[in-house]
Design a protein around this ligand. Sequence first.
Ligand code: G6P
Length: 611
Amino acid sequence: MCGIVAYIGDREALPVLINGLKRLEYRGYDSAGVAILNKEVNIYKCKGKVSDLEQFMEGKDKTGKIGIGHTRWATHGEPNDVNAHPHQSYHGKFTIIHNGIIENYARLRTRLEERGVKFQSETDTEVLANLIEYIYEQGKTDAELAVRLALSKVIGAYGLVVLCADEPDKLIAARKGSPLVIGVGNEEYFLASDATPIVEYTKSVIYLNDGDVAIIRKEQLILKTSGQDMSVPKVTELTFDIGEIDKGGYEHFMLKEIFEQPRSIEDTFRGRVRPDDLELHLGGLYQVMPKLVEAKRIIIIGCGTSWHAGLVGEYLFEDLARTSVEVEYASEFRYRNPIINKDDIVIAISQSGETADTLAAIKLAKEQGALVLGICNVVGSSIPRETDAGVYTHAGPEIGVASTKAFTCQVTVLAMMAILVGKKKGLISEERFKNLIHEFTLVPGKIEKILTKADSIKKLAALYKDATNSLYLGRGYLFPVALEGALKLKEISYIHAEGYPAAEMKHGPIALIDDKMPVVVVATKDSSYEKIVSNIQEVKARNGIVIAVVTEGDTVISGMADHVIEIPDAENVYATLLSVVPLQLFSYYIAVMRGCNVDQPRNLAKSVTVE
Ligand code: G6P
């Protein structure tokens, strides 16, 4: 939610800021803005995307070697020019960019207004800028102390960068709850909400911890903890390359990421699954494996697509490891009074590693004494740092707002975990284990085969691009796939779509079915195949249009459905990994044909760092 970027060094700041904002635009695209220091601070900001900002700045003075930039996902105040960041304090001494929410902003604003401070915008960020300046002027202090004192009065979350006109040789950055990464160059520093804007300049980064304040001059970085102690910055090397965050010849990131799935799944099990070996190697779990094996219950938490992966995890763990599983929306879990027993294990799933609700749920679970494991894609993000142990997904950077390859990699990790626990519990024989591993290694090739059908899925999409409603049905392992298929369609094409367990259809959704309603049924050959065939008949009896994802060679459903998409046969355990791919493509093509912005759907953001 909101992307922030900043630069200090000998380069012109603007190109660094603009490139960075483009890379961060997936975090929000309601407005964009930059502030560049050159004798004085020039601020340019406007409603819309970074490209709108570029047009808006044409012909203006944009020179300067220190600058900050922001792309916004609106929380306080509608998306417009005034509410766009950067925000400047009332006497123009402080200019700031901020990601997060200042929860007590209304009270702080009233107090400042009572003291005569005037506001321009409706944002919580301007309150912070004015509070810093008020403290600075009243206390006759320096910028760093003013920032610290202001932050001590703030309730909420922030990742922020401050530029002070009186101290033009430095940037001040602080983090609590919202991510902030500093790239270390040669007498230059790059700051951003995540590492994607930084990797083209340097691979050495420092992830700020909650409470950290950094004072950054071009030749020096001073890091202090919330207690004002100096802290030695821990420099980490980035593991991805710039090429991974380009579109690589595809029209959209989403399409590229759908097509990357064979490779990203392989990357996720590479080194962990070895065909000739009777082991699965999950190094991040070695220490906790005995507890995972003994766990009486696993609670999986996540949001959005990650929650759907969690549902697949429920089937996997119950099926293969006979561990009871509950899957919870992190946002609900954190505000309940959940019962966590000492031999329960919590698994948090997150692509970004920064989702605010998931982070808060992790903290709650830890406070209650649970062992918390993470399944996460972004290395060094907050969730892997907050959890006790975990497994990275190795999907590579996912830029399209609608998650695709992260989902299949999350399921890949969950499958590996469940197989391993099942084996350690003695529930999976050697032969079955070998077979499961062999089947696992076939998954990427099978997905390649599905991807060759993209053109026929595109033709099918053309027939249903004008639908207004749709229903997605599945049973067992394929029910979460139905949910995920429906989510993909609604988030990028804005067609109303509902995912349902197929048998539940007769308890409500069946009333919606008519001859204009596409019903997508995920009906590959598994244990509930016969049942889902009956559900398809129920839809057909009401003149519904059935689009079925079936196993290659299926003649029964082909004879009943209006359209079938065939996918290769697979173990139940892996059917989710295959069957979700045609649904991703179907949504993608529909959204493109409807002229939607596939990579940046309206109102959404990739990383939801506010609750
Ligand atoms: C947002 C994204 C979704 C994602 C969800 C959870 O809503 O648009 O694609 O599934 O957040 O994000 P996480 O990074 O925790 O997986």
